[in-house]
Design a protein around this ligand. Structure first.
Ligand SMILES: [Zn+2]
Length: 110
């Protein structure tokens, strides 16, 4: 992951220059724990901008080679950072409708 970077529209455009699938982490404080994990299947830059102005002030990101890779990366981040017990994510990452993708960590989609 690259970052943490301050979560502003300008900064997102400076740091996330490719239109690409990707995964991200959000933070409330610069040196605090990861509070939320997410992904975009198509455009990480645009997804991150939807969080500008929220309680989250910093982000890390990683480009992924495909939507499926972004889903699997998000799943790994979700479990690594303690799942819904530790994160603000209320539920396990969802796979896109119409796919049969499985979580690489748990059996939720088996
Ligand atoms: Zn899982």
């Amino acid at each position: 992951m690259e970052g943490p970077f301050s979560l502003t529209t300008t900064n997102i455009d400076v740091k996330v220059t490719k239109k690409s699938p990707g995964a991200y982490e959000l933070f409330i404080s610069y040196d605090g724990p990861v509070k939320y994990v997410g992904r975009s299947d198509e455009d990480l830059n645009a997804r991150l901008k939807t969080w500008v102005g929220s309680k989250y002030k910093y982000f890390k990101f990683e480009y992924c080679s495909s939507a499926k890779a972004a889903f699997e990366k998000e799943c790994r981040l979700y479990h690594y950072h303690g799942g819904s017990e530790k994160l603000d994510n209320k539920i396990h990452p969802q796979r896109p409708a119409g796919t049969d993708w499985k979580c690489p960590v748990c059996s939720i989609y088996d």
